[in-house]
Design a protein around this ligand. Structure first.
Ligand code: ATP
Ligand code: MG
Length: 491
């Protein structure tokens, strides 16, 4: 999970060793900005989910050994019906003014909170698990390429598979399984991946300087007796897109490590690039180390809704109007299917309700459709909306004057003189001192230079024709939630 990785830590699960390493780096790309995760959350033990659907889902979707999961987290057994009735009888009303409840809601929706039961990814988890089991049973190295767009649950699902494979191999009495996890965003150079891997085999040994870490690894895996242990190694390389070089040699060398006669690596590479496999597969195929591929598809609206409901179920009270959650799921699915984004928008909608509660004595007990609409518009606002929001105040008032004028006259064009009258009217009603005609005309010129409106030709400034070059709904969107501009736009 981003931000919650273990650096050079050793976790011992019974007799099974888990070694992880990787960064605590902040996420790359713009996705952090896109998800308005504004409130810092204290690190904490993940909430144990008590969903009545959990057992049913686990049993239904994760046949065979994946149900090991249920064994890890789900004792003692209770029937789904009993759980549901327990939950219904416990259901209280949410009080958004209660800080503890508010904190619990935000935690339930925080990306760093890992649900005990990962819904909508059962099939993908099963495939990865089956692949790893196959390698362990045959004592044979292998490689898997897991790809999909951001926020589709790849990292989270593989983390779960790691837990499941440990339990499974212990149950089956297989040898200890070594686990190495590397997040490539932590690497200064792409080729550092090999020294990172090598550290796990020879933590205290000094390297022979004439060989590169890659050559050391190749020797380890190609000569009998070089490896001190016969354990299989689960090597999870996350954010593998960072290893793409022009000739893709690092990727090739990495996957090749699974082809050496004494290699015991189960390599699971995780990346966003769906076409990467196509680009580097032909070469890997010719090198006889073609990885199996598992694609995580973008979440659909139904899946996003199900995941949100599942995450909120732990609370025991309703937080959102159902229509608000559905709206969020539909919008996010249409835009990207990124779960991180859906969670961010929900948290932002809650923060809007929080802000409203600070300004009023009115009682709200649910995050409504309006909160969600505003949170979504903030998350998905266009570049035009950005521009409008960063204009100086008087230029913003001019845009409001135009919207108001066009709405009243039902026309889509006016003159600078008419626009100035509308502008002065708004300034009077909002008690903002209006600028003079000369300055007003020059501001219209600036707006025209920005491409927000168009000024016609006329010798007299007052007679110049003005038309909007952008959608008036963008202007209304940009000012939504700002009381001052709401009153500017009022008739
Ligand atoms: N099926 C799910 N159930 C519950 N939460 C989920 C699910 N899928 C994703 N999430 C949430 O979305 C967040 C992002 O998921 P994750 O980090 O696994 O995405 P990813 O596919 O690895 O994205 P990236 O490509 O950006 O690394 C998770 O931290 C989790 O909070
Ligand atoms: Mg990831």
């Amino acid at each position: 999970m981003p931000g919650s990785r273990i650096v050079n830590a050793s976790i011992t699960a019974s007799a099974l060793e888990v070694r992880e390493e990787g960064p605590t780096v902040s996420r790359k790309r713009s996705r952090n900005q896109s998800s308005p995760e504004t409130t810092p959350i204290k690190p904490q033990t993940p909430i144990k989910w008590r969903s009545p659907r959990r057992r049913a889902d686990a049993d239904k979707n994760c046949e065979g050994d994946v149900s090991t999961d249920a064994k890890i987290v789900d004792s003692p057994r209770k029937s789904p019906r009993k759980r549901l009735s327990d939950q219904l009888s416990q259901k209280t009303k949410w009080n958004p003014r209660d800080p503890a409840q508010m904190q619990a809601v935000k935690e339930a929706l925080h990306v760093a909170t890992s649900p005990t039961n990962i819904v909508c990814r059962e099939e993908e988890q099963r495939k990865v698990l089956d692949f790893c089991k196959g390698c362990i049973e045959r004592e044979k190295a292998g490689s898997l390429y897991v790809c999909g767009c951001p926020g589709t649950g790849k990292t989270m699902s593989i983390e779960r598979v790691k837990e499941l494979i440990l339990v499974w191999s212990k149950e089956r009495g297989y040898q200890l399984l070594d686990m190495i996890a590397i997040n490539c965003t932590s690497l200064a150079n792409t080729s550092d991946i090999f020294s990172k891997i090598l550290e796990n085999f020879r933590p205290h040994k000094k390297m022979n300087g004439s060989f590169s870490p890659l050559q050391h690894l190749q020797t380890l895996f190609s000569q009998k007796g070089q490896l001190t242990s016969r354990r299989m190694i689960l090597l999870v390389i996350d954010e593998m897109d960072y290893l793409i070089t022009r000739d893709r040699s690092v990727l090739h060398d990495l996957f090749m490590l699974t082809t050496f006669p004494f290699s015991r690596c189960i390599l699971v590479g995780i990346a966003n690039a769906i076409d990467l496999a196509d680009r580097f597969l032909p070469k890997l195929e010719s090198l006889n180390c073609k990885p199996s591929i598992i694609t995580f598809r973008a979440y659909s609206a139904d899946q996003i809704l199900k995941i949100l409901q599942q995450r909120l179920m732990v609370l025991g009270y309703d937080v959102f109007q159902p229509s608000a959650l559905e709206f969020c799921a539909r919008k996010v699915a249409a835009a990207s299917g990124d779960m991180r984004r859906a969670l961010g928008v929900c948290r932002s909608a809650i923060e809007l309700l929080e802000a409203e509660l600070r300004d009023t004595k009115k009682e709200f007990n649910l995050v409504g459709f309006n909160h969600m609409e505003l949170a979504l518009s903030k998350a998905f606002k266009s570049a035009v909306v950005d521009t409008i929001q960063s204009l100086p105040q008087h230029q913003q008032i001019i845009l409001c004057s135009l919207v108001k004028l066009f709405r009243q006259s039902k026309k889509n064009g006016t003159t600078v003189g008419e626009l100035n009258k509308s502008y002065i009217g708004i300034c009077k009603s909002t008690q903002v001192p209006a600028v003079g005609m000369l300055e007003f005309t020059s501001m219209c010129g600036v707006l025209s230079d920005q491409g927000l409106l168009k000024l016609g030709n006329s010798r007299e400034d007052r007679l110049k024709r003005v038309t909007l070059q952008i959608d008036s709904s963008d202007i209304i969107f940009a000012f939504k939630g700002y009381r001052f501009f709401q009153s500017c736009l009022e008739d």
